[in-house]
Write a protein that binds this ligand. Sequence first.
Ligand SMILES: [Zn+2]
Length: 458
Amino acid sequence: MTNDEGMPTPNDKISARSLRAASDFVIRHLSLVWHSVICRSSFVLLLFTPALQAADNLGVLGSKPKWDVLEHYQETITQDEFSQLIQNVYCTHGLAPDLIEVNTDTARILTNREPQIFFTLRFAKNNASRNPVPHLWHLAKSLSQAKGDKPLSGLRIALDPGHLGGKWAKMEERWFQVGNTQPVQEGDLTLKVARLLAPRLRELGAKVLFVRNSNEPVTAKRPDDFRELARKILIKNGVPQPRADVLDPNDPEKEETIRWQSEILFYRYSEIRRRAALVNFKLHPDLVLCLHFNAEGWGDPNNPTLTDVNHLHLLVNGSYLQQELEFDDERFEMIRRLLSRAYDEELPLADAVASAMARETQLPPYQYPTTNSTTRVGTSGYVFARNLLATRLYRCPVVYCEPYVMNSKDAFARIQAGDYEGTRNVNGFDRKSIFREYADSVTDGLIEYYSKARDKGD
Ligand SMILES: [Zn+2]
């Protein structure tokens, strides 16, 4: 597992601040303006980065792109298909022609600013003359026809339970507690779902791999390893003398502290990049299922707001912001992902899983408040494209599930009820445990997709 986590040098483009949209947030790379975005209950200030520099221009903990890799994709895609994917999936917020220029026979992608160097991608003349697309994962339709009770035979499925949980849950801000009830920790809930899901998928013939199977991080780094980088990020973003520590969870200026920044560098950037290295260089799955629970702003984690709002959505990679495409590594990763055609597999998969989950959970689709970072895709009404670190970096189809608002009154009661077999009366209705309903509905979506996709009709 090599260099997917190179430490940025001081010249690297280190991003601004956290942009939180509803459930999961990513540090976005914004320049020139101060942005405020709704974040759970408060407004988060986004600091800006100064003018772009010619030197390494990378995202947080990003590594230098290997542009030569794209040579393997020469003449594997037609101009028409490339343009469709750019317009409808990946660059739905527009595209600066000095970064990616689409011509009749080629696309020119900027690889270096000074001097200006471009990678030239040659399009296939037509579908018949296309070179095969290289990838390590298997398309559903390339697998042999599945036997009746083993629709997932021959498939490698990696389960990625979101976050860490356990003793890290408070640091991750994925923790709340109502009175003396059991604290809700997203990282524990997602692991519980993964452990219920794994045997179900194995029974159906899949080889199941865990990206995380404990409350410990995959990365060997810890927040203290990032203190110096955190300090540089803050100084670069207009906090000349950053404070060392956070006063308490409600400290309004906590994000301007070295503590808070070094923690997010650990649990988000370092952790997800290590998970990506594990997926890409060791596990080699045909599909990654990222398992999450959603939330609405809960305010004080020790006195959280419970809401009547509850919903479901799924994410696939896409919908890059123009500012994100300025980063060399993100531009490269987007193009590599586009050319790998992961989307052709992950979109219908996400639609099938979303439909099964909608049917079984009875949850309405989420209405994204931040339409500038997401684009609705597919046919189910529940799937959005969004550029998250995991959906971008895992080099295979990735379906990212966001069912249930943990701090909705209904989901909260069901989480408190814990896991159980069969049904129980919760909130006046007989229901499965929330964990089994999650695992069962994902399983049903996979059965539907793979049974159909592998049916050769003979
Ligand atoms: Zn999550």
